[in-house]
Design a binder for this molecule. Sequence first.
Ligand SMILES: *Cc1c(COP(=O)(O)O)cnc(C)c1O
Length: 459
Amino acid sequence: MHDKIRAGTRRQIPAVNTVLDSLDGHDLPRPVVLDVVRRELKRERKRPRISKPAAIVERIQQRLTDLKRSRLQTVINATGVIIHTNLGRAPLASEAVEALSRIAGSYANLEQDLATGSRGQRAGYVEHAMTVLCGSQAAMIVNNCAAALVLIARHFIGEKTEIIISRGEMVQIGGGFRIGEILEASGAVLREVGATNKTNVSDFARAITNRTALILKVHRSNFFMGGFVASPATRDLAALAHKRRIPFVHDLGSGATFDTRKQGLEEHEPTAHEAINEGADLVCFSGDKLFGGPQAGIIAGKKNYIEALKGEPLFRALRCDKLVLAGLQTTVDLHLSASDSTLPVPAFMRLTKDELRARAAAMLVRLRGLPLQISIGRGSGNVGGGSLAQSVIPSVTLDIVPEQCPVQEFAAKLRSSSPPVIAYVSGGAVKLDLRTIFPAQDDTVVDCIRSVSTQAQSA
Ligand SMILES: *Cc1c(COP(=O)(O)O)cnc(C)c1O
């Protein structure tokens, strides 16, 4: 025993080149591989006892595999959550993808006026089309909805520092992003009014002072409150704000630009058009939620406000590039020309259970004979991405109970298949929701399940 340890301590750290030679083929750039090898050997040197060379190589191999897996790649969304922030939110319409790739590999008239040959307006068309879609006087585009809020707060905060907001609307979105904190970071002093469940117009009226810079309404996009609740109508808040000459901003978050009830949902998501009609001076919403475009923040509303926002030096740091603008431009055109049938988000919302069940049945046939119990189950996906928190969309799932390994392990193996398939575990089964799987991916999903279950068998 003692001798063995002594022998171990005498082991040499392998040379970088020796390790490089024994690594299996992978296509990461050589400097990246070299960096991983050097870091791992350095770590090895600090160990009280040096590992066997084979163990070192194996560890490095694993790090490279993990690193490679973390590269941005397409995955199959079998979660049933249509706008899944971790999975990149809205998939773009194919027309938008084509526009993106055309613009991406070429020069474009981004800031060139083709009529005069001089400097033109960036995003001119998109802004124009957005005003038509939102029924507003003007519109502008920034990096995301959070950036829109920052820009708005920075602009309106000056000698007057307070933003009045309902306690029931202090929303947190995703991992640690709180509307309140982002506003405070922009120099605003939040004046919270009302109670968590109830806020009235009179609460806002009482809170208005000569320090009030803004009244902000935040759409409760990712949660909903039921029971003894009340919040003032947009119209009433707008009337109050206008009477007291205070700007009124409505953060819509998910920003529907179509009637969600027409897509088979019970819940109605307020649209930008409605909020403007009801008197919001400015609205903002995300480009990559219900709108179905690339990541962006759209601000629409009164012309003088939009112009002032564009004049803010900060705007320069929040503006979008030609790729985002190309994707948005095509997406807004699709909404306007009512040819939104090619937009994946509303298309996924519209899918009926019968359609989904037919696809599930066809997949089931192709999955016979594997060491799995597999059946068609029920899913309760939702729109996600801070949209329509109340609307659970009844869906259809493939429910898999593997015979050879635990469900969590099977789900993990699906995630490391190629392409990765993101399923979820519920009620003792691995569930794959058909709603968010593109029909063209059904065969790939079947192949992935096959290969994972045969792996599980041989392991
Ligand atoms: C999602 C959301 C935001 C943030 O939007 P991003 O585009 O992700 O920055 C802001 N407000 C509300 C109400 C939201 O739902």
